[in-house]
Design a protein around this ligand. Structure first.
Ligand code: NDP
Length: 284
């Protein structure tokens, strides 16, 4: 089957060009959307992600502020930085790059960010709003997956969606968003017994595990939609997903590649949420 690869880059491009127009319109009204990113320490992967987020902001005309703190920054100092950003009217979105050094409580940090500027959608208030179907900032990765499905014409209603992974930032909200669109949702995790028997029933399979190429064709139902959230390195140090793309591609109806699948969508939805936050200030 041709064109079965869901191209996250192309979908991202389309959404970003719409956002660029919205940013220009906001600037005309005197509001330049601004995202602040706090990076603690010098983890190379985190640095790469942060750079990419900043570049993407600038490309669509948004303001991007980077605050770099050393890895031994006391928790109190980080919390104080967040308070300053909460009070800064030029900043519409605040993102603290995870993971944080082990002496800092991630939950305390997330809860310190004003829910009105929590463009990652990780604050418990925003998670509660998502669960109860209220307007909020949706967590960027699962939000990006939902946009990919929408742009590909895949309606989750009545489908059996199986999510592998139950993290707070990907797996759990992924299931909630699919449920919201009337899918029947099953979660799998490291303690799931006989996982293949469940994944083999999936019309939509989302892999968010963090294990290179773990999902092979024997996990997949013929004609399934396979969404690969994983970002890993294979045995040769090459970027790869949780899904063994070459093994699965013939059996799946649709599949997302790594790189060029969910990754670009995550950043796009971060931009989307920041623009949304800036628009809200106009209405206040
Ligand atoms: P976590 O490590 O927080 O969660 C992994 C989940 O996978 C856990 O729920 C864990 O189960 C489950 N798991 C681990 N091993 C197995 C197994 N053998 N069988 C079944 N389930 C298993 O990871 P994240 O959710 O943060 O990220 C997942 C992947 O997605 C990573 O590769 C990450 O790099 C990538 N990612 C990609 C993003 C993007 O933009 N594309 C954004 C964020 C993450 P348990 O809960 O029982 O431990």
């Amino acid at each position: 089957m041709k064109n079965k690869t869901i191209n996250g880059k192309d979908i991202s491009k389309k959404i970003r060009s719409e956002l660029e127009e919205e940013v220009a319109a906001l600037i005309e009204k005197g509001v330049k959307p601004g995202l602040a990113v706090i990076l603690v320490g010098d983890d190379p992967a985190s640095k790469t992600y942060v750079k990419s987020k900043q570049k993407s902001c600038r490309e669509i005309g948004m303001e991007s502020l980077l605050i770099e703190l050393p890895s031994d920054t006391p928790e109190e100092t980080l919390l104080a930085e967040i308070t300053k950003l909460n009070e800064n009217d030029a900043i519409h979105g605040i993102l603290v790059q995870l993971p944080l050094p082990s002496h800092i409580s991630e939950m305390k940090v997330i809860e310190k960010i004003s829910p009105e500027k929590d463009v990652d959608g990780f604050h418990p208030i925003n998670i509660g709003r998502m669960m109860t179907g209220q307007d909020t900032f949706l967590p960027c990765t699962p939000f990006g997956v939902m946009e990919m499905l929408k742009h590909t014409g895949i309606d989750p209603e009545g489908k059996h969606a199986v999510i592998i992974g139950r993290s707070n930032i990907v797996g759990k909200p992924m299931g909630q968003l699919l449920l919201r669109e009337n899918a029947t949702v099953t979660y799998c995790h490291s303690r799931t017994a006989d996982m293949k028997s469940l994944t083999n029933q999936a019309d939509i399979l989302v892999a968010a595990v963090g294990k290179p190429k773990m999902i092979t064709a024997d996990y997949i139902k013929e004609g399934a939609v396979v969404i690969d959230v994983g970002i890993n390195r294979d045995e040769n140090g090459k970027l790869c997903g949780d899904v063994d793309f070459d093994d699965v591609k013939e059996k799946a109806a649709f599949i997302t590649p790594v790189p060029g699948g969910v990754g670009p969508m995550t950043i796009t939805m971060l931009l989307y949420n920041t623009v949304k936050s800036a628009k809200r200030t106009l209405n206040r």
